[in-house]
Structures are given as structure tokens and as C-alpha cells.
Design a binder for this molecule. Sequence first.
Ligand code: ADP
Ligand code: MG
Length: 729
Amino acid sequence: MSTLRFRVVEKAFQAKPQEVRVPAERPSEYFGKYVFNREKMFKYLPSSVYAKLVDAMDNGAALDRDVADAVAEGMKRWAMELGVTHYTHWFQPLTEGTAEKHDAFVEHDGKGGMMEEFSGKLLVQQEPDASSFPNGGIRNTFEARGYSAWDPSSPVFVVDDTLCIPTVFIAYTGESLDYKAPLLKALRAVNKAAVDVCHYFDPNVKKVMAYLGWEQEYFLVDEGLYAARPDLLLTGRTLMGHEASKNQQLEDHYFGAIPSRVAAFMKDLEIQALELGIPVKTRHNEVAPNQFELAPIFEECNLAVDHNMLIMSLMRKVARNHGFRVLLHEKPFKGVNGSGKHNNWSLGTDTGVLLMAPGKTSEENLRFITFIVNTLMAVYRHNGLLKASIMSATNAHRLGANEAPPAIISSFLGSQLSRVLDHMEESEADELITLGGKHGMKLDIPQIPELLIDNTDRNRTSPFAFTGNRFEFRAVGSEANCASAMIALNTAVAEQLIEFKAAVEALIEKGEPKISAIIQVIRDYIKICKPIRFDGNGYSDEWKEEAARRGLDCETSCPLIFDRYLAPESIAMFEAAGVMTQKELEARNEVKWETYTKKIQIEARVLGDLVMNHIVPTAIEYQSKLIDNVYKVKGLFPAEEVEKLSGENLALIRKISEHTTYIKEHVDAMVNARKVANKIVDEREKAIAYHDTIAPMLEEIRYHIDKLELIVDDQMWTLPKYRELLFIR
Ligand code: ADP
Ligand code: MG
């Protein structure tokens, strides 16, 4: 009798919503309570120091040591008022999480006692002994030093008793070992390139920001049930489990009423997120049972990435206080939807203009079209790389399955915007423009009418969809660091805008008026990037064929998709933009391949253990019961009746033997395949071996386990089933 399973199921059924500590103030009042934001900087810093820090934050100006000391002093004073005793550099190594090492403020005071101390030196730079972070061979153990360096553009915050300082993490030799350093470089590149293009329309633009609004999907599972599933615990997903008779087919979960235990979790999470300055706004049930979504208001990209990393760790913590575990894996359950993290991306100027939004005048609309078409060009030229930027062992389960964007990057524009681009493409150069003269005058460009882009024109199957004033990159995985996708996208757009400007300048030099030069280049681009535009059903097989015909990247093997980072055009792009060198790209790919291998390796081990410790023993126990029954029937009934009475059981006995034999043989074969793959030295080759031989075995073995789950007596089955994991709140 499977007592543990029934005990945890019963407990999960009876669990009540937790009490939530609701602050007395309104959200607008406690927002950013634990963030050293401008308001607090102003309060805790001398005015000259404040001005210099703001300059560093807004314009990347360097901070000298005196200023850093003064900033550190102010931060310490603020933090100590909140009861803070420690500080940490908070960084984003090439794992899925964040890293921190806490140090206390205390120092000897020279008189035999202690004092609280926090200097500019400690704020600005640290040397974490970080030789065991993934680095792809950039640091061998002899040169294990890495530096973390303060990123003043993302504010310092307090978690529990610790002051957290967002930092980049780089090798002694200067290479990035994290996500933040290349992201900041990509954002700098797109800022510069976009400002230059903006000057065609408005000379006053000084800065262009990339914006990011992420939508985080996740599952919640009762903590007790989670603990009884070693696969969830160790791999983040279920490696076995037959579908429940009911899952999402009634579509009754999406936007449904939020269960009270979950609502308490969300409320608690949101309060704590707001206190940390994360502008959370939206919450709802998602498509699959026990699946939910959380989205903030969009922010500047670097800050938004930090906030997403922070909220993922906050979710894990708060979930535990509510007796849940949060599953951020892209595909925790087979047969129901997986989780993504839509990255809503756009560019905007310091003059308050959203560059992906249509305007009122024809000049504003030409600017709009310019940025849309250049983005499409960037996505077209680097569609393979963008796919690589979101690919991982875990996200591979979601992409290409019939619920998420396919493993082909294309862009949905909607009928209105498509019509505008088609029209521009078809019209003749001469009839295009009646130039209005000097810059700043209203230009009469009949082909670009007043645009009102309809927000409701949606396509859920598109991986890169235009949604009114932004693009929504939907292929990003729920567990991923958004920075990966944002580094690739912003760098590609930067490269493209630079080329656009060069093409326009070349025409202007030949005597072409500016506006006409812009329109000519855009018209060429519309023709070139046409293959990336696709408004149809991305799930269909016809699209796969069509995409291949169009020359889009259709590779589906995760380790091979990573190759796109090392394609000559990718290396050239990253190097020219000053975002990453070839050496860094190679090292990061080593990390990607290694991580891929390790994930599959762990899954294979866990499945092997489950089989030997749970599945096969349980199946055999049940089979013995059946055999016992057959013998007893034989003893009781005349021979001619035995066949009739035991036929069913004999068939079951045979079936159980078939499944368990298959499972045992294939687990052995999987162990042997792993031994072969583990001997491969080259990380890429090893990952390919794991992808091609071991990953499919996991699925094959699972098929037979799931069949056994249907056959074996429910009372004996030790592991919580899908209907329990997914339907208990
Ligand atoms: P959806 O209809 O796609 O679910 P939501 O409103 O739930 O939309 O979330 C969309 C996300 O996109 C939010 O984070 C929102 O702030 C963000 N967003 C809106 N406009 C922009 C923009 N111009 N640039 C970047 N993100 C944006
Ligand atoms: Mg969305």
C-alpha cells in the first residue's frame, strides 16, 4: 500500500490559504521601499555626489573613488536603518540563476572592538573566488580570479538582512562571464545606432532606450506532492506520468477564477515584488491546469532583466511559504502546455517617443516604418541566431510542440501593417513623395497614411509578433535569463540600423533628398526581408516546408542550433558592435553544450533510479498478486473454467512482463549509451551524442512506464499522478 503518496495527497487536499501580511499603506506608497532609488539617493547623499551618481546612471559617466566612497556611505546609512548587516555583489553567471556571496559590514575598529564599515572600494569591485562558475575554459584553475563590478544603472536593493549590489562578472583577462556585461554592451550599441537614425527625424534625440516587458509563466505544485516526485525535485520536470483523463481540453483554466490558496500566494508575491521596486501589474490563470502568469509594466531592458531574475528567486521563496513549489521549467508536464516568457521589446527615445508605435503625422509614420522594417531585417538576417539565443535543453521540449512557437523564427505583422509595407513596396519611386522642403516641416507622404494599428489582430503561433507598439518575442523560455534573447536582438538591430544609415547616406551623397533616400532603402529592405514575414498558422506542417523553401533556419537539434553563435555573420556582428569577441562566443558555447549534456545526463540517471526503485518493484508486486490469484483460481475451479476466469489476468501478467522487460533492457542500454557519450572529449560532439541517442531513449522508456501506470493497482502506485499534481491547490 502506497502510504506516502496517499498521505501527501490528503494533506494537499486539505491545505488552506495562508495569511498574507498586507501593508497598511497603499502600493504606491510602499513601492520601492527596499530599493536605493533616486528618492533615497537624494535623501542620503550630498547633492554633488547625487548629481554625479545620476550622471553615471543616465549617461554612463565614470565615478571616481571619492564619489564611490560617499555613495557607499549613504547606502550603508540607509541600509542600516532597515536592519541590514551584510552586503553582496549580486550577479548573473552563465547558469539559470543569480549568484551572491554575503559579507558583513563589520570591521575591526583598531581599538579591540568592531564597527560597521562599507567603502566605495567594496561597493565598486569585488574579487569573488568564483572558479567554479561556468566559464567555458576562459579561466583555468590557475587564473581563477573573476571580478564583479557595480552596475550603477540598476539600483541597489535590500533582501532580508542583505544589501544587494547588481554587478557584472568578468574574468581577470576581461572576458564576460555573465549575462549582464554583454547586455549592457548590446544596449549601448543599439542606443548609439538608433540615436543616429532618429536624427533623420528629430535632431533633439540624445538617447534611445530598449524596453522590455516580460510575461512570466509558471506552474505551482503542492510542496508535499513535489517532494514525493524525485524527478520534479531533481530535474524540474516530470519524466513520467500518464496524462490525467481531464487536463486542459475544456479550456476552463485560462483566465478562470484564481483558486484561493494560489491567490494568497500571488498577493504575497506582488506585495514583496512592489517593495523591491518591481512594477508588477497583471496576474491570471494560464491555459494548463495549475499554470499561471505574472507580468509587470515594461521597463528599461537592463533593469527589466534584473527584475525578472529577482522575481524568479522571490517566487521560489514565497511559494514555499504557501506550501507550494514553483515550477519554472518550460515543460514540467507532458500533454499540457509548457511555460514561456514573452519578451515584449521596443525602442523609445529620451524625448518620450516609442519608436515602434505609429504616429500622427506622415513624418512620424515614416520613422515608425523605418524602425519596424529595420527590426524585420535584423530578425531576418539573424533568425538562426535569435533561435539559438532562446534555445536550451529545457526550452527544446516546448518549441515545436503544438502549443508554443515552432522552432522557426518568423514575424507576424497583422493585416494593417502588412498592407502598409506591401503598398510601399509596390509604389514607384517618383510618385512616392511630394517633399515638403526643410526638415521639420510636415511632409506629405501619401503612402504612409495615418496609422491606427489594431491591437486585437493577434496570432498566438508567431514567435516574433508585432503587437501595436512593440514586438513580442514569444519563444523565450520561462526559466531563461531574458538577457540572452535581449543581447542577440539588440545587437542585431544595432548592426542593421548602422547599415541602414550607411545606405541612406550613400544615396544622399548622390544627390537624393533625405526622405526619398530613406524610402528607397526601406523599399529595398521590405523586398529583402519578406521571407521572415508570416501571418499564417505557425503550428502547421505546411509552414515547416514553406519556411525551408524561404531559407529560414529550420534546425531542430538543440546542440546544432547553438552553432549559430559561431557562424561568421554572428561573430562579425558581435565583434563589430563590441558586444562579444569570438573567444567569448566560443567559451559561452562550450558552456551551452556542457549544460545541455549535464541536463540530459541528470534526467537519464533520475529516470534509471525511478525505474529500479519505484516502477519495476511496484509492477512486479502487482504482477505477483495477479499470479497468486491465477493459482488460487486453479485450485478452486475445474480446469475448463480456469481459462475463462483467469484469461484477463493472464493477459495482464504478460503485459506487465513485456513492459518491465522493455524498461529494464532500455535503461541498461541507456546506461551504456551514456558510457559511450561520456568518453567523447569535445563538448559539442558530446552534446550531439546526448541529443541524438540518449534524449530519445528517455521518451521511449517513459512510454512503457506510463502504460504500467494505467495497469497497476492505484493503491500500490508510489508516485503522485498527474491528476493529483495538477488539480490540487
Ligand atoms: P498580453 O496581451 O500580451 O498578455 P500584457 O498586457 O499582459 O499583454 O503584457 C504585455 C507586456 O508588454 C507588459 O509587460 C507591458 O508593460 C509590456 N509592454 C507594453 N507596451 C510595451 C512597449 N512599448 N515596449 C515594451 N513592452 C511593452
Ligand atoms: Mg503577451
